[in-house]
Structure formats: structure tokens, C-alpha cells
Write a protein that binds this ligand. Structure first.
Ligand SMILES: Cc1ncc(COP(=O)(O)O)c(C=O)c1O
Length: 468
């Protein structure tokens, strides 16, 4: 990454013994730093004025030192520009870290149906930068201090109101805990629940089995996989599993895309009440819904039994690592305590930026824009399959930005993936998300978040060709 330094230049770690010749020490330390790679080629040095001031030396001494090192080939400067570390030949300069091994070159992808990723090219850079700037400009000094590990009170109130408005979440701001994405929200919640003796955690199958298992295991618990059918998680199988915690994706099951049916919702809530259990609701992509009535969060139906975990990874960008947990009041202190241990709280400035985006209407505007984008790609996917592979059924399209393609029964999922890859099309198979890794029935999880309608069309034509 190329970074322009501010005019004062970078800091430099040099320690001098005032009882010994100073120039020789400074030269020797710079030579060593360059040879060992602590100062890398092209790195900018502080100006002679700045370094002289920082080290309490005369500027003339530092100038002489720089001149000497230039003469020796360690430093360069062109036409009055900043002094930089020269590129040394051969063994004189060891790289700071070993050069990364070159990845084997696979052909570039014409189309990549990677799922779970929003359009990174349309991440709301300008809005986010504006909101962070506004947050920095308007925040009181105290906002830059450590704070409540749950997050900033005002910001939690804005989020609680927003979730009430769009997801029918019923909560007090005290129940909101900001965290770095769904992943951390899940870990913190499971830690708190395992401490209370709820050690067996059910996850959907197919589903995010790896993620849930990793979080449960590191919390000292264990997971049990419970099948999902066309109505969502099988609640009878869940009840038989002995788990008292269930991690579910009711609004748009990951990855099958089915919506938890109203009957199952009620069964699931009854299960939680009967076994004194907890439902952990992963509400990961509910902002993006298309041709059905919005499905509210389950949390609103029983705020004392449901933890709802939300994320900015789909609505904004995964790199922001912004998420939230809305926790039953009786668990909120426990989860907040886990958050304190984990990292003392998420960035207050980022939370404030999110609140500013929400309150200014820019968050809704971005979501509207993205919904239209994804709807276009989704339509392209449907049309391309109808045109080129009408025998391939598509399901799970009600929300989000992925769908499931049901391949003909004789198709070999792994072979389709490999052959598509060799023709520049990136595909993911359903087997990856099954507890058994079973390759049948052969299905593709087709993500259309981080792609284009043109790539969707081209990719589906290739898949159709492979299927014959
Ligand atoms: C099912 C599911 N839930 C949630 C997330 C978001 O996780 P995070 O908020 O930690 O980025 C993902 C990420 O791909 C996911 O697949």
C-alpha cells in the first residue's frame, strides 16, 4: 500500500548513548536497520530537521549522516524530494518478511458465484467516509475514551429503534451489544450460554456447521446437526437432540434459502419454552427481500427466548466487522461481560457512523439501491437458467443474494465444480454445507452478490453446457 506521509515524516526508533560519538551511532543504527530490513527499500525517512529535533541533535550532524549513507548507497533522494531507503543489491538487504510464495496460476474467472459476499465494488465508500467524518466531528471528547463494552448508549438506542422498525425486533437499548460481526456475536453468546450449562448447541444441516462448531467448541460446548427441510429446521429432530440452544436462520435459511414456515416458528418457540432453551437467530441477509412479504425477526415473538444476531457484512461490507447482538434482558450482562473480556468493546466511532447513516436515511437509501441491483442479477439468473438449462430447478430465491440450483440426479457435483473451474466459472456445491459432506442430491449454491448480470448469464451458459 502506498501511503503519503504527512509533512513531518515518519517516526524512527533510534537510541543514542550521549557519552559516545553521536554521528557514528546514528549512521551505524541506520545501516543496520536497512540491512536487516527493519527499514525497507523505498521507505521514507524523516526530514533532517525533524530527526534532529526528535533526537535533540544538531541538524548539521543529521545532514552529514544522511549524506554519508547516500554516498554509501544506503539512502537516496532525488531533486530535493524526501530521503528514502535505497534498494540494495544482493545480500546487503534482507527482506522484512519472506516474499510470499506465488500462488499457482489458475485461469481468471469469467464468472464467480461465490456466495455470502455483497457487491464489494458498490460498498458505500463515500457514505461511510462521510459518516465516519461526521462521527469524528460531532462526537464529544468522552466518545474517544473506553466505554460500555455493549457500545455507545445513543447508538444502541438508534439501532434498537431501527431494528424495531424494519425487523420487528422488540428490545430495550440495554439489550443491544455491538460486536465485530455475526461471528463474534455468536461466540460471545455461546460462551455466556455454556457458562450457564447450556452446552449442547444445535445447528442447521445443511448450514454454517463449521462456524457454529468452532464457536461452540471454543466456548467449551459441542454441536449437534439437525436436518432442514422445505419448512426449515426439523423441530422434532431438534427436540430429540438434547440441545437447549439452536442456531437458526429463519428468514432465509443458509444455504438452502427456505423460509421457516409459520407452523415451525411456533413449534420452535414452544421447544425453547419447553426445554428452557435459547434460540440464536442469525438474521444475516433479511434486508434483501424480493417477492414475498417481509418476514419479521423471531425475536419479536419471544424476546426472552431469542438472541438475534445482525451484521453489516451483507448490508455494508464484511471488512467493516460491524455487527450486533440483541440479547434477552436476563442474559445481557453475561454477554456484555464476555464482550469486555474479548476486546473491551467495539469501535465507538464506527458505531456512531452507523447510527449517523441510519438517522440520515443513507443506510436505507443504500439498501434500496442494492436491493434493486441484486434483484436485477437474480432475474438474470432465473432467465439464464430457464433459457439454457430449463431442467435445473432454482429455489431459495425469496431473499438475499444466493439461490440453490438442483442439478439432475445423475450429475456429479464435484465434477461439475471442477469442470466449471477449468472453464473459468467459480461454483460452490451444497456438499460443503452438509454435516456428512454428502454429494447427493447434487446442488449448487449460487451467489450473485459480488458479480454482474453479464457474468451470471455467461456462467450459467457454461454450466448448462457442462450438464449437456
Ligand atoms: C450464514 C451467515 N451468517 C452470517 C454471516 C456474517 O458473518 P459476519 O457478520 O461475522 O461477517 C455469514 C457470512 O458469510 C453467513 O454466511
Amino acid at each position: 500500500m502506498s501511503v503519503e506521509w504527512s509533512s513531518s515524516g515518519p517516526e524512527l526508533l533510534v537510541t543514542l548513548d550521549r557519552d559516545r560519538p553521536l554521528r557514528a551511532q546514528l549512521e551505524a543504527q541506520l545501516r543496520t536497520a536497512i540491512r536487516t530490513g527493519r527499514l525497507a527499500a523505498d521507505e521514507r525517512l524523516p526530514s533532517t530537521r525533524t530527526l534532529a529535533r526528535d533526537l535533540e541533535l544538531s541538524r548539521g550532524l543529521v545532514q552529514e549522516c544522511y549524506e554519508q549513507l547516500k554516498a554509501e548507497g544506503y539512502l537516496t533522494s532525488r531533486g530535493g524530494s524526501a530521503t528514502r531507503v535505497a534498494r540494495l543489491s544482493g545480500e546487503r538487504q534482507s527482506p522484512r518478511s519472506p516474499a510470499p510464495a506465488r500462488a499457482a496460476t489458475a485461469p481468471p474467472l469469467v464468472a464467480d458465484f461465490e456466495s455470502g459476499v455483497p457487491d464489494l465494488g458498490l460498498a458505500p465508500r463515500a457514505d461511510w467516509a462521510w459518516a465516519v467524518r461526521e462521527a469524528c466531528r460531532t462526537a464529544p471528547d468522552l466518545a474517544f475514551h473506553y466505554g460500555d463494552p455493549r457500545g455507545v448508549a445513543d447508538t444502541r438506542a438508534v439501532l434498537a429503534a431501527y431494528l424495531g422498525r424494519v425487523r420487528a425486533v422488540d428490545c430495550d437499548p440495554e439489550q443491544v451489544i455491538f460486536c465485530s460481526g455475526f461471528g463474534q456475536g455468536l461466540s460471545l453468546t455461546l460462551r455466556a450460554l455454556v457458562r450457564r450449562g447450556l452446552t449442547r448447541v444445535a445447528c442447521e444441516d445443511p448450514g454454517s456447521i463449521g462456524t457454529v462448531t468452532a464457536a461452540a467448541t471454543s466456548a467449551g460446548g459441542e454441536t449437534v446437526a439437525v436436518p432442514v427441510d422445505d419448512d426449515g429446521i426439523d423441530v422434532e429432530a431438534l427436540a430429540a437432540s438434547g440441545a437447549r440452544v439452536a442456531v437458526v436462520t429463519p428468514a432465509h435459511q443458509w444455504p438452502t434459502g427456505v423460509v421457516l414456515s409459520p407452523e415451525r416458528r411456533h413449534q420452535l418457540l414452544a421447544w425453547a419454552r419447553d426445554c428452557d432453551g435459547v434460540i440464536v437467530e442469525d438474521d444475516y441477509d433479511a434486508e434483501f427481500r424480493y417477492d414475498r412479504d417481509p418476514v419479521g425477526s423471531m425475536q419479536g415473538l419471544d424476546p426472552d427466548r431469542v438472541v438475534v444476531l445482525g451484521t453489516g457484512s451483507k448490508s455494508l461490507a464484511p471488512a467493516l466487522r460491524l455487527g450486533w447482538a440483541v440479547v434477552p434482558a436476563r442474559l445481557a450482562d453475561d454477554v456484555a461481560a464476555e464482550k469486555r473480556v474479548a476486546d473491551r468493546g467495539s469501535s465507538g466511532i464506527d458505531q456512531a457512523a452507523l447510527a449517523i447513516l441510519i438517522e440520515s436515511g443513507r443506510y436505507d437509501r443504500h439498501l434500496r439501491r442494492m436491493r434493486a441491483e441484486y434483484a436485477g442479477r437474480r432475474a438474470a439468473l432465473v432467465t439464464a437458467l430457464e433459457t439454457h438449462a430449463p431442467h435445473v430447478r432454482l429455489t431459495g430465491l425469496a431473499a438475499g443474494f444466493h439461490a440453490v440450483a438442483h442439478l439432475p440426479g445423475h450429475a456429479d457435483e464435484r465434477q461439475v465444480l471442477d469442470r466449471a473451474r477449468s472453464r473459468g466459472v467459480g461454483l460452490r456445491g451444497m456438499s460443503t454445507y452438509r454435516s456428512t459432506r454428502a454429494l447427493t442430491p447434487p446442488q449448487l449454491v449460487l451467489g450473485f452478490g459480488n458479480t454482474t448480470t453479464r457474468a451470471v448469464e455467461a456462467g450459467i451458459r457454461t454450466v448448462a453446457d457442462l450438464l449437456g
